[in-house]
Design a protein around this ligand. Structure first.
Ligand SMILES: [Zn+2]
Ligand SMILES: [Zn+2]
Length: 149
């Protein structure tokens, strides 16, 4: 869990978006030799600081999930369970597989959250579900909770 408030997390995410664009401009001016030197430096920095790499990834992930909970609620939309570790972002229309695929590669689920944030967490597209209800809805099925009602 992060100690930052949601407003602060939103600000950080926005700033990251801007600095990414700036960084891309700088990168475009680099020679291939410079690019290779930077790449090698990053690879060795990561190898020397595995715990920092892990902590950074975890903080970003937790922060993004906090923003999701603030926007979509902090409990399963179907069964109401509210343990954060059990909760995930669900695609209301069942297009989660396609969405993940379109963003592709490693970290796809992080990118799905990021994409949902960019879109402003529209409730007709996204909802918070627990993993049980999420999995039960696979292949366009109804969650058994709905059938029991
Ligand atoms: Zn549930
Ligand atoms: Zn359910």
């Amino acid at each position: 869990m992060t100690t930052l408030g949601v407003a602060e997390l939103e600000r950080l995410e926005r700033r990251r978006g801007q600095s990414r664009r700036c960084a891309a401009k700088h990168r475009a001016k680099r020679t291939p030799e410079e690019k290779e030197a930077v790449r090698q430096y990053m690879v060795s920095w990561r190898a020397r600081n595995p715990e920092k790499v892990r902590a950074y990834g975890r903080d970003r992930w937790e922060g993004l999930r906090e923003i999701m909970f603030a926007n979509l609620g902090r409990q399963c939309t179907c069964c109401g369970i509210d343990e954060p570790a059990f909760l995930t972002l669900d695609h209301v229309n069942g297009d989660g597989q396609a969405h993940r695929k379109s963003l592709g590669g490693p970290g796809a689920s992080y990118h799905v959250y990021e994409d949902a944030r960019r879109q402003g967490w529209p409730r007709e597209r996204y909802q918070v579900l627990c993993w049980n209800c999420n999995l039960a809805r696979r292949w366009g099925r109804q969650c058994p909770h709905r059938l029991l009602q």
